[in-house]
Design a protein around this ligand. Structure first.
Ligand code: NIG
Ligand code: FE
Length: 419
């Protein structure tokens, strides 16, 4: 019996399936195995992949339904949509004035401590209406989609009040219903200390633990709980209290770790059993070892190191230490105002010395693992969502090579052409 299909993408110069490794992220040299099929095809029915392989094999085992769409991808790369596992796309205002200050020598931390940085986005976000927040975030999601991203994690964290954080997550919920992208909500009430809690930080931690987390969890508004654990923000002890409280309420722990200073935040990520730890520019050797041991995924954000003019995360050392690495845009108004996952991949290659294959695997299947979505997205395998990218590239290495432009020719989201 031939399988009926309503989408067939065939003759791909290179089809990258990213398949492999039974339910766990790619580690070490596995990252260089993209499951590449030359002359490959992928077929889908009602948004689910039913067959992947050589074009001849796929064509002979499927039957095109009368309304089926057939796409010839000759000379192109066909691959799974990117997964972006770390963004802050809901916010108001912008911070180009701080960009200029930083160019004149001010540091991100100095601006933050003077009440700018995250707190200036907080003020703008608290002033904005629900509609304004939803509309500006929608435009950012549109750009992510046009850049080939199919699944996006979104954090709260620009309100820092109980009602304001809930409102941000309600914006995410509203967008999830009204946008083709799949969205994954994360509670980040501990993104900074509000000005009025500057001198009584533990009281804010209490507010996060006693009011925000229970309310967010009860309303089902988030899957993950995050904390900015770094110099000048939340201490390891405070972060631990917040992540443990999140766990008690069913929120999976993730963490902004060791971005500005080596805090022992990667070690904390391992201790609390975090799904992922992000940034890691200043991660210690022990932190890396502990992350590898506990299977904490490193979400690397080279756009942020680039934009803050900081040394990049030691990706090679992490890969060699057996840490699973993923990549993300970190789209936010201060440290990484970009929606270009393709630029992130180029930076990963040039500045963190990842191979093009490693970077592509990190931005797809490993990023899907970082969101606990690898059973649905991140690779082209039978039964998964037909989230498929057709790239104007003759070879996968061309993707980081032809940099700074959008090479996406088309995007299929659950089998439907959306770009
Ligand atoms: O992931 N490091 C903390 N949070 C964001 C930046 C937020 C901001 O500057 O507005 C990040 O880089
Ligand atoms: Fe972030």
């Amino acid at each position: 019996m031939k399988q009926p299909v309503d989408l067939l993408i065939k003759n791909a110069g290179q089809l990258l399936t990213m398949a492999g490794h039974s339910g766990r992220p790619k580690l070490g040299d596995e990252l260089n195995d993209l499951g590449l099929v030359t002359g490959g095809a992928v077929a889908a029915l009602e948004g689910k992949i039913v067959k992947v392989g050589k074009t001849g094999e796929v064509e002979s085992s499927v039957e095109l339904l009368p309304h089926a769409r057939v796409v010839d991808a000759w000379g192109k790369v066909v691959m799974p949509c990117f997964v972006d596992p770390h963004t802050h796309v809901v916010f108001a205002g912008s911070r180009e004035a701080e960009f200029e200050l930083r160019l004149k020598g001010a540091t991100y931390l100095e601006i933050h401590q003077a009440g700018g940085g995250i707190l200036s986005s907080v003020r703008a976000t608290l002033r904005a209406t629900f509609g304004e927040l939803a509309e500006t975030a929608r435009r950012r999601l549109d750009r992510l989609l046009q850049q080939g991203v199919g699944t996006v994690e979104i954090k709260s964290g620009y309100a820092l009040t109980v009602e304001g954080e809930i409102r941000m997550l309600e914006v995410v919920k509203h967008l999830a219903k009204n946008h083709p992208l799949d969205l994954v909500p994360t509670f980040l009430g501990a993104h900074s200390f509000p000005a009025e809690y500057k001198e009584r930080r533990d009281e804010f931690v209490d507010l996060v633990c006693r009011e925000m987390i229970p309310r967010v969890a009860e309303a089902g508004l988030a899957e993950f709980c995050d904390v900015f654990c770094d110099q000048g923000v939340f201490s390891v002890e405070q972060a631990e209290a917040i992540l443990e409280t999140g766990k008690k309420h069913g929120l999976l722990p993730v963490i902004h770790a060791d971005e500005i200073a080596p805090m022992g935040a990667a070690e904390l990520a391992a201790r609390v059993g975090a799904v992922s730890a992000s940034h890691l520019l200043k991660v210690s050797n022990l932190g890396m070892e502990m992350m590898a041991g506990k299977g904490v995924i490193a979400v690397l954000l080279p756009g942020t190191a680039f934009f803050l003019m900081e040394p990049f995360a030691p990706a090679r050392k992490m890969i060699e230490a057996g840490v699973a690495v993923a990549l993300s845009t970190d789209r936010n108004p201060g440290s990484s105002p970009t929606e270009s996952m393709q630029l992130i991949i180029t930076l990963a290659c040039l500045q963190m010395k990842m191979t093009p294959a490693e970077a592509l695997a990190a931005a797809t299947i490993n990023a899907a693992h970082a969101l606990r979505r690898a059973h649905l997205v991140g690779s082209l395998e039978e039964g998964k969502q037909a989230d498929i990218l057709v790239m104007e590239a003759p070879d996968y290495r061309y993707i980081p090579y032809h940099f700074g432009v959008n090479l996406v020719e088309s995007v299929y989201k659950r089998g439907r052409k959306v770009v």
